[in-house]
Design a protein around this ligand. Structure first.
Ligand code: PLP
Length: 404
């Protein structure tokens, strides 16, 4: 059998260009192996992975032994049955997530965008039941990102993602971030939900303030509107709590999660408080959502979080890294701000210095993300050890120093 893992870097990249649509601006690197916080490319070069496989997709690092063991066992047992049937791994994962979310019930899907779609459909179904069909408006916030499918794209208040695909789905209103007066003014009987990322991730790591999140909760409660939190990126311990909303002392009706949930396998979920589970049989569905393979992996991943103390580790390492980034910000005027929550971090420069720093990092074996030319996004796996934290800090510091 042909083994593409033996292909050269050029062969991999050329084959992509010839046979795969060019919908991504990919970095010219091909990864062929991962273990813990490290990746190896097709030329054998080792990298410290400070993006969790990219876009925070694999918070437990690569090939976590507990997840691998669960997957191997599941591969020999049952990979797939549809949602026409029950299976124990979906039942168990639902239970694990309920225990960690005050009894919320899950709908399983495959991705973050699908989790957003589910939340949007749930909100409208709930709104119609509450105040009739005109109760369908969803309020989201400038700079937000909720995914690329049409509902999720329409919730995403960034025209750059919508351009070329109009008309987007009607019924979404975009509000300024952090502005409770604007929110209070916009909310009316037509509003069924407010949808927010507690830390805006894709746009450059902007944590909400407690006043903002608590104000949204208060207004939603007063006006009988669903408070929906997009934890696709922030969930699963990334910010130093299982859910980022726990930092804020709020209790949303609906929460979404994806990315890290599957421990590297593909899974998303939309969780709702039992009284707000407005979707009934026939309303929504998904062929592969919550399949045995993905839910077995996720069950092992959730249990690994507790057994190994990874959530606490994310909090401690996040504080350590942010402390160092803030020291650099005081030392180097070119750094405008260092910010973040847990292991969801960013360094923003005054100008385009981020671009050169990013290139220097890759050259020196540290993978991080850039947002535009001025923001570096840092999303290490939450298993990050002290040695790996210090190794990354040394590379990053040198990469920034040489970029200034
Ligand atoms: N919501 C948030 C907050 C995200 O960060 C993302 C992806 O970056 C999504 C939704 C979409 O997730 P996916 O790419 O799995 O569809």
């Amino acid at each position: 059998m042909l083994n593409p893992a033996d292909w050269s870097t050029d062969q991999i990249i050329q084959t992509y260009h010839q046979h795969v649509q060019t919908t991504y601006g990919r970095t010219p690197l091909a990864f062929v192996r991962g273990e813990g916080a490290y990746l190896w490319d097709s030329d054998g070069k080792k990298y410290l992975d400070w993006v969790s496989g990219g876009r925070a997709g694999s918070a437990l690092g690569h090939c976590h032994p507990d997840v691998v063991a669960a997957l191997k066992q599941q591969l020999d047992t049952l990979m797939y049955v549809s949602n026409d049937f029950y299976h124990p791994w979906g039942a168990r994962l639902g239970q694990l997530l309920s225990e960690r979310s005050g009894g919320r019930k899950s709908f399983f899907c495959n991705s973050g965008a699908e989790a957003s779609e589910t939340a949007i459909k749930l909100a409208r179904k709930w709104g119609h039941g509450r105040r009739g069909e005109s109760c369908s408006e969803i309020l989201t916030f400038e700079r937000s990102f909720h995914g690329r499918t049409y509902g999720a794209l329409s919730a995403t208040a960034q025209t750059k993602f919508q351009k070329g695909f109009e008309p987007v789905v009607p019924g979404f209103t975009y509000l300024p971030w952090g502005d409770l007066d604007a929110l209070a003014g916009a909310m009316g009987p037509q509003t069924c939900a407010v949808f927010i990322e507690p830390v805006q991730g894709e746009s450059g790591t902007f944590p909400a303030t407690p006043e903002f999140m608590q104000g949204i909760q208060r207004l939603c409660d007063e006006r009988d509107v669903l408070f929906m939190v997009d934890e696709v990126q922030t969930g699963f311990g990334r910010t130093g709590r299982f859910w980022a909303y726990e930092h804020y002392g709020v209790d949303p009706h609906v929460v979404t999660i994806a990315k890290a949930l599957g421990g590297g396998a593909t899974l998303g979920a939309c969780l709702a408080k039992p009284d707000y589970c407005a979707l009934v049989p026939g309303d929504h569905g998904c062929t592969f959502g919550g399949n045995p393979l993905a839910t077995a992996a996720a069950g092992a991943a959730v249990e690994a979080l507790d057994q190994h103390g990874y959530v606490e580790n994310a909090a401690a390492q996040g504080e350590y890294l942010l402390g160092r980034f803030r020291e650099w910000a005081r030392r180097w005027p070119a750094i405008k701000e260092a910010r973040g929550l847990g292991l969801m971090l960013a360094i923003e420069f005054q100008g385009a210095e981020g671009k050169a720093a990013l290139a220097n990092c890759l050259e020196r074996g540290l993978v991080i993300h850039g947002v535009g030319d001025s923001i570096l996004r840092i999303l290490p796996p939450i298993i990050l050890s002290q040695v790996e934290a210090d190794e990354g800090l040394a590379i990053l510091q040198g990469a920034i120093a040489d970029a200034l």
